[in-house]
Write a new protein. Structure first.
Length: 284
């Protein structure tokens, strides 16, 4: 049955804030039994060619993806694009613009960490973990702060330093929702709301987000993701059915040392879901 396919359509490589190269990630996905894989680096598609070639060598069906950082109603929201043409000029230019503020923000985060928490050298420290100089992320700061012994785990760093309202947080303006969907659609892909249970939005605001997303042509939401609790799998399954969204499934895997769920190790979608991968059946 299509809904029980081991699809993992959300994962990160060293081209953004993951710790495995696209090839190593492909090998891990295959070993873990993944039957359809997407690489979805943040604001970046430079790992897709390597991922596609590695997946082909392993005979593992692959679709090209990306996770676009968006600011909606003042909050950060992530939109996954699946089945994109990574060479599309509009998409590439949009992602380049979206990445462009990260360097400045990283210096500001380091300055905040020094001013508010007395932590010095965080920019250089985070840079030691960066695989792609265009893509410095809060995850790289988190790994540095764990190495320094400031916190025990990456999630502790977010809880105490890097999340909104904490001493190392720097507000940032990402892409517009309408632009993100436009780039994904121009590139022939479909848009998916990533981990909808993770946003700091009221129920009313979350519904408004999903309605606007739908109006802009968005087709799916992640229901089974490493960021959701089992209760949230059920909650978002019901929302997807009610709002006629396809369901997507993905671990959001970044690192073997620090992950909620390993790549490929998620519960199946419920049989009554419409899996977003019904669109790529020819690959299976
Ligand atoms: P950025 O795009 O630089 O703001 O970084 C966002 C990334 O930080 C996310 O994609 C996650 O990988 C990571 N992240 C955010 N919140 C948490 C958290 N609470 N625990 C662990 N990682 C987190
Ligand atoms: Mn990430
Ligand atoms: Mn995300
Ligand atoms: Mn992600």
């Amino acid at each position: 049955m299509l809904s029980s396919l081991n699809a993992d359509l959300h994962s990160h490589s060293t081209r953004s804030d993951g710790v495995l190269t696209p090839s190593a990630l492909a090998e891990r996905a295959k070993r873990n039994g993944v039957e359809l894989w997407a690489l979805t680096d943040h604001d970046e598609v430079s790992g897709i060619a390597e991922a596609r070639a590695a997946a082909a060598d392993l005979k593992m069906p692959f679709i090209a993806g990306v996770e676009v950082s968006v600011t909606w109603a003042g909050k950060t929201v992530h939109i996954v694009g699946l089945g994109i043409d990574e060479n599309n000029a509009d998409l590439k230019e949009g992602l380049r613009q979206t990445r462009s503020g990260r360097e400045r923000r990283a210096h500001d985060i380091a300055a905040e960490l020094e001013k508010a928490a007395g932590i010095r050298g965080a920019y250089e420290g985070a840079m030691q973990y960066v695989g792609n100089p265009d893509l410095i992320s809060r995850s790289h700061f988190a790994r540095f702060l764990v190495e320094k012994g400031v916190c025990k785990s990456v999630s502790d760093v977010f809880q105490h330093y890097l999340a909104d309202g904490k001493p190392g947080f720097v507000a940032h303006r990402w892409a517009k929702l309408s632009d993100a969907l436009g780039w994904i659609q121009q590139a022939g892909g479909v848009a998916v709301i990533a981990h909808p249970g993770r946003y700091d939005l009221s129920d009313v605001a979350l519904t408004a987000l999903m309605e606007e997303f739908k109006q802009l042509g968005g087709v799916a939401i992640e229901t089974v993701t490493g960021s959701h609790t089992p209760d949230q799998y059920a909650q978002f399954h019901n929302i997807a059915r009610r709002m006629q969204f396809d369901s997507s499934r993905g671990s959001d895997f970044h690192s073997p040392d620090d992950c909620e769920v390993d790549i490929g190790f998620l519960p199946a979608l419920k049989p009554s879901a419409t899996p977003v991968w019904h669109r790529w059946q020819q690959l299976l």
